[in-house]
Design a binder for this molecule. Structure first.
Ligand SMILES: NC(=O)c1ccc[n+]([C@@H]2O[C@H](COP(=O)([O-])OP(=O)(O)OC[C@H]3O[C@@H](n4cnc5c(N)ncnc54)[C@H](OP(=O)(O)O)[C@@H]3O)[C@@H](O)[C@H]2O)c1
Length: 384
């Protein structure tokens, strides 16, 4: 039996994780839940799973929860509350599914505490990759990816000698603007950008999918997780989202990983690895005729992907700067304060302005994150 702490339980990954737990009550249980501001859903989740340790973002939400719940768990709030759930002594497994750099410290703490950490929060790996490896080594725990492409790569590369791998390819649906001309992309609205063709996800990652920044963050994530050089990680546009990744070996052979585009599959893989339990979604139906297409991304229409490669090559804190500026620009776009095209302009300007430093520790990385956010916000205000 695995005992789970789910950080970000009210989000897209969080709710899918709870669906997987419900499908395997004899193998998976919930001992801690943490969320942000979605009070009603969080209350229902707590009453359904009755975890002993829970956390919400604000003190007012914690007080509301205490009065509303029909049982009496330990109720925490804020960054310290997330940490309490991440390091809850009853949990052996932590699902890190908070969105954004807000998830960094709790992911690191869970690794340092020796948990199996199933990481959906790709920002933790992008911003603090080297630090996450150090924390995992210090805690002697495990780090398993939840992102579908990285779960696919984990399945393809597990047990392989690193020197046998020539390259990997992660696939991208191409997002809603895959076939749009540049001028139309530049003027895209929030509603158009949120209309993802194949995946249902939270708003931030959906915008990142429209700019292809999500794929850029995943390239950095793949480098961190599998120790690959930038030139060994390629992106292939595959609108059907059925092949999630490919591993290319030195003899010229490729292996592909295929499954339905449902995040419950990679979540269950990370939770139950190395076992393969019956799937939480219908088995892939090979009796259906299918057409799969593959093409290369266009960096002129999707410059965020090129910016992510540049940050990975620059190294040090460059991915932290990239991520911070992107989070600020995406938030401004979602709030109607900037245009779709200004997301990439803001990230490019922030990266050009702040030179990368070698990564030393979490405090330094968070200081760099704050500096980059301030710079990006100033740029966004000046261009509003
Ligand atoms: N969705 C996907 O299919 C997918 C696939 C691969 C990777 N990912 C990655 O997984 C992560 C989560 O994505 P998502 O799509 O699930 O996001 P989401 O739907 O927006 O959910 C985010 C979760 O984080 C919580 N949260 C936000 N700020 C918090 C804070 N300061 N303290 C505590 N909890 C906080 C939210 O709580 P409230 O809603 O209660 O405020 C919610 O539970 C992201 O890093 C994303 O890149 C997602």
């Amino acid at each position: 039996m695995r005992h789970l702490a789910v950080l970000g339980s009210t989000g897209s990954i969080g709710t899918s994780t709870l669906d997987v737990v419900e499908a395997h009550p004899d193998r998976l249980s919930i001992v801690a839940l943490a969320a942000g501001r979605n009070r009603e859903l969080f209350k229902a989740q707590c009453e359904r799973f009755r975890p002993a340790c829970v956390s919400v973002a604000e003190p007012a939400d914690a007080a509301w929860l205490q009065a509303a719940l029909n049982y009496a768990p330990e109720i925490h709030h804020g960054a310290e509350g997330l940490m309490a759930c991440a390091t809850c002594p009853d949990a052996d497994t932590v699902v890190a599914a908070v969105v954004g750099a807000a998830g960094l410290a709790s992911t690191e703490a869970a690794l340092r505490a020796g948990r199996r950490v199933c990481v959906a929060n790709k920002e933790s790996l992008v911003v603090g990759g080297a630090l996450m490896h150090q924390a995992r080594a210090a805690g002697a725990g495990q780090l398993l990816p939840v992102d579908s492409e990285h779960a696919a790569l984990h399945q393809l590369l597990d047990g392989r000698a690193p020197e046998s791998i020539r390259e990997v390819r992660i696939t991208a649906s191409g997002g809603p603007f895959r076939d749009w001309p540049l001028e139309r992309i530049q003027a895209a609205t929030v509603e158009e950008a949120l209309n993802h063709p194949t995946w249902k996800m939270g708003p931030k990652i959906t915008i990142d999918s429209a700019t292809l920044m999500n794929k850029g963050l995943e390239v950095i994530e793949a480098s961190v997780l599998f120790g690959l050089k930038p030139e060994q990680i390629q992106v292939t546009i595959h609108p059907q989202s059925q092949v999630h990744a490919m591993a290319g070996f030195h003899d010229g052979t490729y292996q592909l990983q295929v499954c339905a585009n449902d995040m419950k599959l990679p979540i269950q893989y990370a939770l139950t690895y190395p076992e393969r339990l019956p799937g939480p979604v219908p088995v892939y139906d090979w009796t259906q005729a299918r057409t799969w297409t593959f093409s290369l991304p266009d960096l002129e229409r999707f410059p965020c992907l090129g910016l992510a490669y540049a940050a990975l090559r620059a190294g040090g804190t460059a991915p932290t700067i990239l991520n911070a500026a992107n989070e600020e620009a995406v938030a401004a776009f979602l709030a109607g304060r900037t245009s779709f095209w200004d997301i990439q302009a803001c990230v490019a300007e922030t990266l050009a302005h702040l030179g990368p430093q070698p990564v030393q520790n979490l405090a330094q990385v968070m200081a760099c994150d704050h500096e980059a956010r301030a710079r990006a916000r100033a740029w966004l205000d000046a261009h509003a």
